[in-house]
Write a protein that binds this ligand. Sequence first.
Ligand SMILES: NC(=O)c1ccc[n+]([C@@H]2O[C@H](COP(=O)([O-])OP(=O)(O)OC[C@H]3O[C@@H](n4cnc5c(N)ncnc54)[C@H](OP(=O)(O)O)[C@@H]3O)[C@@H](O)[C@H]2O)c1
Length: 343
Amino acid sequence: MGKQAISKVCVTGGAGYLGSWLVKKLLEKGYTVHATLRNLEDKEKVGLLKSLPGADTKLVLFKADMYNPNEFKQAIQGCEFVFHVATPQQTGSDSTQSSQEIVEAAISAVRSIAEFCIQSQSVKRLIYTASVMASSPLTKDGFNIQSCVNESYWTPINVTLTHGLEFMRAYTISKTLAEKEALSYNDNPDGKLEVVTLPCGLVGGETLLSFVPLSVEVMFSQLIGKLPTFKGLELLEELLGSIPILHIEDVCDAHIFCMEKPSIRGRFICAAANPTIREIATYFRQNYPQFQITEEFMGEEKKGIACDSSKLVKMGFEYKHDMKKILDDSVICGRRLGAIFLN
Ligand SMILES: NC(=O)c1ccc[n+]([C@@H]2O[C@H](COP(=O)([O-])OP(=O)(O)OC[C@H]3O[C@@H](n4cnc5c(N)ncnc54)[C@H](OP(=O)(O)O)[C@@H]3O)[C@@H](O)[C@H]2O)c1
């Protein structure tokens, strides 16, 4: 399909870590992008997006908040593809929301966005940025798994998790229920709207933002000995038996790959490598010996469980970046932005 045929696309959460990188790539490819953010008065976020090459003629910004999902309607109208990247959060300025509120906001925003896609009569496909945290084979009796995690697994909502912080567990539930809601639109009787969900591993690498994104900080949390973000790694390993990871370039390329396919729908896990916490720590110890990673941050010695990302690969997608590149680029990002001090 040529660019003339798919000229206008919408990216919700266009000023976030993944969103801004995706908007940059889409503009580079010549698409017209409708990007949403919550505050059009935010000079830093608006300035970043407007400074992207091609933004002066091909980027239109819309204000839209998931707590008022009608606001997405205008941004979606006239687009052929919608990337739903935004997710409600409980960190920073959003900390006033309860876990229940963020879960409900995530689900109802997906529902509204899917409905607007259908009503628009222009949207062919909705691509939802999901998380592998929604595909855990964990049950209350432990792992219920044949050999590796694949698209058939869904994190049970009532499973007891011992790791992570409260907001991370709420995030896990919100991503699970929102992804199910998105996929349910593939069962619509008219079936015109195609829905793709991409449960993505932990994303690392560089950023366009002026600060280190949370997932990148989680990626190098062992190096800087930061317990709150390290808890994110522990929760991932508890849910999945390893840390599925991928590079920011690959995650955005996977989204665009799913857009450019003539027809595709369903759930596709995105992960380029599946190291355990201990394997990441060992890599850091060997390659960044200036750092002292204490035993507390080393993780357990165990055989990891792989996340099977072959379904997307069988469709023709190729990962360009391996574990080394993901971890090294995350460290470069942390150093550049002053979050990692190397002696
Ligand atoms: N990074 C990862 O490792 C990773 C892994 C798997 C899946 N994902 C998924 O990828 C997506 C982007 O994550 P990210 O890492 O790029 O996080 P991020 O930088 O924190 O971006 C989150 C985005 O969500 C938007 N948002 C938050 N609350 C909102 C609300 N109430 N209404 C509308 N928009 C709201 C933010 O918009 P504003 O700019 O307006 O604040 C921001 O653009 C999320 O869906 C996340 O679940 C990320």
